[in-house]
Design a binder for this molecule. Sequence first.
Ligand code: PBG
Length: 324
Amino acid sequence: MFYPESRPRRLRKSEAMRKLISETNLHISNFIYPMFVAENIDKPIVIESMPGVYRYPVIDAIDRATQVFELGIPGILLFGIPGNKDATGSESLKPDGIVQKTVAEIKSANPEILVFTDVCLCEYTDHGHCGIIKDNDVDNDATLEVLAQQAVSHAKAGADMVAPSDMMDGRVGVIRKALDENGFSNVGIMSYAAKYCSAFYGPFREAAGSAPQFGNRKTYQMDPANAHEAMKEMELDIEEGADIIMVKPALSYLDIIAKVKERFDLPIAAYNVSGEYSMVKLMADKKLADERQLTLEILTSIKRAGADIIISYHAPDVAEWLNS
Ligand code: PBG
């Protein structure tokens, strides 16, 4: 049947009709809100490149996490910014380090709040790379040991899941083993399985002060040109024990999300990263788009591509929009 009998516009004639046939719906229960906690500050400090996003001292982080949870967002992803950085990121292992302290406080304020912690070295190293440097390169195997210790210390503090974002080979397996050996078999791993070497991380690196001081991340993060390689990374992380697999960034990688969804049966997270957030904010600021419409369109596309979980700085706004 063709026009004039067939008229697809019949299904678009009213708001109720459009909602009735909507194939993709955002639910706030599928969002995770990323948060930055920092040592050596005594009030929230706005991140210039990400309007509406702050670095929090521990005490304010607890309030913010509680607020966010009350909006219906089930969990947060914590990034720590230590007072001191060194070559091996040793601050990341301290039992009273910034992330460890914040996790423990949030969990004691409300154990229901899901707390995911970023496991990586770049926020803690003075050179800004995601691992230990040997001969001017990031040494994979030396880094694994530190990552495993970091994961265990987050678990001790009460993290529900650790989220390794470093892209070292073998880290999921090593972390799984270390968690199990230390009695944390219930602590999960949300693996940044396909993390691309992306220019969209720019604003985050301002937030975390984690831009590499020499070179770039191309020897560990993936080349944006590759899709098959992402499937290989996914397979390895699943074999090694990942509970949730992530694609990052989201917007330029919707095809990867769709492929992963087709191929694997684990929950898939997509990280709507800092640069994607800042682009929306800049457009809205210049009145080039309606912020709400633009944000919801982007997030819906990520969900439509196949993401089960969306990690987004927009989450609190989305909660308010979905409730209004
Ligand atoms: C690395 C890490 C990065 C992000 C999350 N974890 C940045 C990087 O790889 O340089 C980026 C998140 C964002 O841009 O919102 N630990």
